[in-house]
Design a protein around this ligand. Structure first.
Ligand code: MN
Length: 266
């Protein structure tokens, strides 16, 4: 039985035979961080018998994605990962929701990676329960500066203009945006109260409209489970970093009995 809900939310109904699904986010794959990339490769190559029935990637798989034409270099970083993901998807359905780093990952890249694209947010119906999935950045509404930026870069106009530039020009713009974002983060580092987080009222409103009890999201890099009251909760995925002690390499597994389990990979 599901609660009354707003049908405008995108919906994915899990096939009845699925026993478990895995969620990951915020891997931030980049050529300069081979240890974390290796950990993802190891996870994707888990023997099929030990895998969940599907993998849901909830954004920021890549540190940056400046256009699907980066796949045209067959020996490039993007093409290498497309092949890894495609191999994985042959046995295990793989779903991808954009994050704030890889929101330009489009239809060509989804096809090359064997991934099915998901809208943000999407309701996953699994064993008659509804789970609300999001990257999470749209819910950090207190960060007005970021929300303005998000609105701009998610517009069709901005994206068309950006993608019309050469790869080198796009790389330069992405570098500059990244530097600005790092500077901003550093300027707020002294005061955790300034760090944007998911707004509780908005999360509760989304859950009510989605007819779901549990929101699963990434983005904030603050893995935790928050009680939102009235039986609602917010489960935050871990970001990945193989070089911290202990390493942050974690998969969240949802099983048929409705339990969520954090599974450290190292
Ligand atoms: Mn993010």
């Amino acid at each position: 039985m599901t609660r009354p809900h707003d049908d405008r939310f995108a919906l994915w109904r899990a096939p009845a035979q699925w026993q478990a699904v895995d969620f990951i986010s915020d891997i931030h794959l980049q050529a300069g961080e081979p240890a974390t990339a290796r950990a993802l490769g190891d996870y994707l190559r888990t023997p099929v018998a030990l895998r969940a029935d599907a993998l849901f990637i909830l954004g920021d798989l890549f540190e940056v994605w400046i256009g699907d034409d980066t796949l045209s270099d067959p020996d490039g970083f993007a093409a290498l990962w497309a092949k890894e993901l495609l191999d994985h998807s042959r046995d295990t359905p793989t779903f991808f929701m954009c994050g704030n780093r890889d929101f330009l990952l489009g239809g060509d890249a989804l096809a090359a990676c064997g991934m099915k694209g998901l809208a943000d947010p999407t309701v996953l119906e699994f064993r008659e329960r509804r789970w609300l999935l999001s990257h999470g950045d749209a819910l950090c509404i207190d960060d007005h500066e970021y929300q303005r930026f998000r609105h701009q870069v998610r517009s069709a106009d901005w994206q068309t203009t950006f993608l019309a530039q050469t790869l080198a020009e796009r790389e330069a713009i992405a570098r500059e945006m990244r530097t600005r974002s790092e500077q901003r983060k550093r300027s707020m580092a002294h005061d955790p109260a300034l760090w944007a987080d998911v707004d509780t009222d908005t999360a509760r409103e989304w859950l009510r409209r989605a007819g779901a009890d549990t929101l699963i999201h990434g983005h904030t890099h603050r893995p935790a489970t928050h009680d939102l009251g009235d039986g609602m909760s917010r489960v935050v995925l871990s970001d990945w970093d193989a070089l911290t002690v202990p390493p942050r390499l974690e998969v969240l597994r949802l099983t048929a009995d409705g339990l969520l389990q954090r599974r450290p990979l190292a």
